[in-house]
Ligand binder design. Structure first.
Ligand SMILES: Nc1ncnc2c1ncn2[C@@H]1O[C@H](COP(=O)(O)OP(=O)(O)O)[C@@H](O)[C@H]1O
Ligand SMILES: [Mg+2]
Length: 335
């Protein structure tokens, strides 16, 4: 919100409360900052708004009035935000929106679906199994140990921000990790841990003809004391160092950037994405995941990578809004 030029944009800020209500949020970016480790919250006590899905009277309904919308920037993470559901609502409402459409958003949110599509496109994704809700955690743990090498990462299939993820080294831990992941999602994925690899990320942002363009590559170095890049390390503490650009050879950079575009195209992403990789000591590049609405605070990796590539933060936001307006809404031309 702070990056949007007030001479060019009129911002209507809409917040979603914990109970799921949409409210009119004060157009005040400072109240949304994370201060002293305290995450901001959208207040329940505010004016309700609804997006009209009646194409004959479109807009945002506030009280009895309707306010016209040119474009929506869905700055949302996780299920019911980044997974195609809100994108579907925008489609029904006929409002253009920033970023990927319904299919790419849903595919990138779901880790097993992402891996299936990326491996079909020839990208390396590591070894993994899914655990359906119908399987007992004990039976699943036996299957995991037979099929994968320990340690493993147990994750909700569709969560994000490292929520519900556990690294497990022995069978008892695999069972409790599956139970933990199930608190977030009935569908669970278990992956072999990629041991001792570097975590490398690359941003993709479309140009003014809608073609994917890559950023410099960056590296996440998890601090000692953190076993992996967990929620605290991501948002609340100094648990990780973001190195932009990453120290990589020209060949490694080319391979990461090529794979980032291939992953973007394979899922049919639009607008932007951050593609996350593991680079093993023997030089193997494994795609971990594709984030269709990557972290976007001024200190987040995605804006930092494009800033290191020569854009300003407002340039990035302008480019995304221009892309959404150019595309409009309706059925997607790809993949
Ligand atoms: N298979 C794996 N091997 C090694 N580390 C992993 C693996 N999967 C996840 N991690 C660690 O856990 C973090 C969060 O996992 P990730 O799949 O990116 O979840 P999220 O979608 O919540 O960001 C990664 O950034 C990495 O540090
Ligand atoms: Mg991640």
């Amino acid at each position: 919100m702070a990056a949007l030029d007030p001479l060019r944009y009129e911002v209507i800020a809409v917040g979603i409360t914990k109970s799921g209500r949409w409210i009119l949020y004060p157009d005040d970016a400072t109240s949304l900052a994370i201060v002293d480790g305290i995450l901001p919250e959208v207040p329940e006590s505010a004016v309700s708004v609804q997006l009209s899905v009646d194409p004959t009277s479109p807009g945002l309904l506030v009280g009895g009035e309707s306010r016209a919308l040119d474009v929506v920037f869905p700055v949302l993470h996780g299920p019911w935000g980044e997974d195609g559901t809100v994108q579907g609502l925008m489609e029904l409402a006929g409002v253009p929106y920033v970023g990927s459409g319904v299919l790419a958003s849903a595919a990138a949110m779901d880790k097993p679906v992402t891996k299936t599509l990326l491996s079909a496109a020839g990208l390396e994704v590591g070894t993994w199994v899914t655990v359906p809700a119908s399987e007992s955690a004990g039976a699943a743990a036996d299957r995991v140990i037979a099929e994968l090498s320990l340690p493993v990462f147990v994750k909700p299939a569709r969560a994000g921000s490292s929520r519900g993820i556990t690294k497990a080294t022995v069978k008892a831990d695999v069972i409790s990790a599956i139970e933990q992941a199930r608190k977030h999602d009935p569908k669970v994925i278990v992956e072999s841990a990629v041991v001792g690899a570097r975590e490398i990320e690359c941003g993709v942002l479309v140009d003014d003809a809608g073609r994917p363009r890559v950023s410099v590559c960056a590296e996440i170095k998890v601090a000692p004391g953190f076993e992996y890049y967990d929620f605290d390390a991501k948002y609340l503490s100094d648990g990780a160092e973001l190195i932009v650009p990453a120290a990589l050879s020209d060949d490694e950079i080319a391979a990461v950037q090529r794979a980032a575009v291939e992953a973007f195209v394979a899922l049919g992403c639009e607008g932007l994405a951050r593609v996350d990789f593991f680079l093993t000591h023997d030089g193997k590049l494994i795609v971990n995941e594709v984030n269709t609405m990557p972290g976007f605070t001024p200190i987040s990796m995605f804006p930092q990578m494009f800033q290191a590539s020569g854009m300003t933060y407002p340039d990035i936001v302008d480019a995304l809004i221009a892309d959404a307006l150019r595309r409009g809404s309706g059925l997607r031309p790809s993949p």
